[in-house]
Design a protein around this ligand. Structure first.
Ligand SMILES: [Zn+2]
Ligand SMILES: [Zn+2]
Length: 227
């Protein structure tokens, strides 16, 4: 008589799906042990801590899988459905919408410019970048945002470590503002996203949106796509 316990994976606690046997003679579902590999450089057996050199080379124990299919058909079916569901979710890219731009107002009693005393700093403006909230998307994807102001500003590099990512100042002229978005390590994106905003004084608020896709794929590496 086969017992369910003898055919259960200690990682997912379900019956084995695509069971593989490790050199240390333990058995796990292949997707479960492969998932351990994705997050760690060095894989050790979750049961005995012995190292497993290459989890991808472990062969599926077809005989055992057949036995499980026949003996516990319901449990096996459920486990299979879960895995399919999980893979679909992993393939789904997360879409982030970034909104960036500037606000503007005229200063009624302006002060002269520091770089050129003959010109008045009569424009107050705020440059900003935000993530538009959407369902199921975590809000803490961003590590920091940098706004590169014109070189005539005293401190032209503005760094925001927390939301709201924005900077308010006053000046006399328009210029392009390079914006650099650094992503948290957990996103798997190692390259900062670069945008450029052209500062505008025509209306109280002007902005643009930019969409970013983060592929939560199994490679877990640098997989950012910019539209
Ligand atoms: Zn498992
Ligand atoms: Zn082991």
């Amino acid at each position: 008589m086969e017992s369910l316990q003898d055919h259960s994976c200690s990682i997912c606690l379900g019956v084995f799906f695509n069971p593989v046997n490790t050199p240390c003679d333990h058995t796990f579902c292949q997707p479960c042990i492969v998932e351990v590999q994705v997050y760690k450089q060095q894989v050790v057996c979750p049961l005995c801590r012995k190292s497993i050199k290459d989890v991808y080379s472990l062969k599926i124990d077809d005989e055992r899988e057949q036995l499980i299919k026949n003996t516990f058909p319901k449990q096996y079916q459920k486990r299979q459905n879960d895995i399919i569901q999980q893979r679909l979710l992993q393939k789904q890219a997360i879409k982030l919408t970034l909104q960036y731009g500037n606000t503007h107002e005229i200063i009624s009693n302006p002060k002269p410019s520091r770089s050129n005393p003959n010109i008045m700093n009569s424009h107050r403006w705020k440059c900003f970048l935000k993530v538009i909230p959407s369902q199921g998307v975590p809000q803490d994807y961003i590590e920091k945002v940098e706004f590169q102001l014109h070189e005539t500003f005293q401190n032209p590099l503005i760094t925001c470590h927390n939301a709201p990512y924005e900077y308010t100042t006053s000046g006399w002229g328009c210029f392009p503002i390079p914006i650099k978005i650094y992503w948290k390590i957990s996103t798997g994106i190692s390259t900062p996203t670069k945008l450029v905003w052209d500062l505008q004084f025509e209306s109280p608020l002007q902005q643009k949106t930019h969409e970013i896709k983060i592929n939560k794929s199994e490679s877990n590496s640098d997989n950012l796509q910019i539209n």
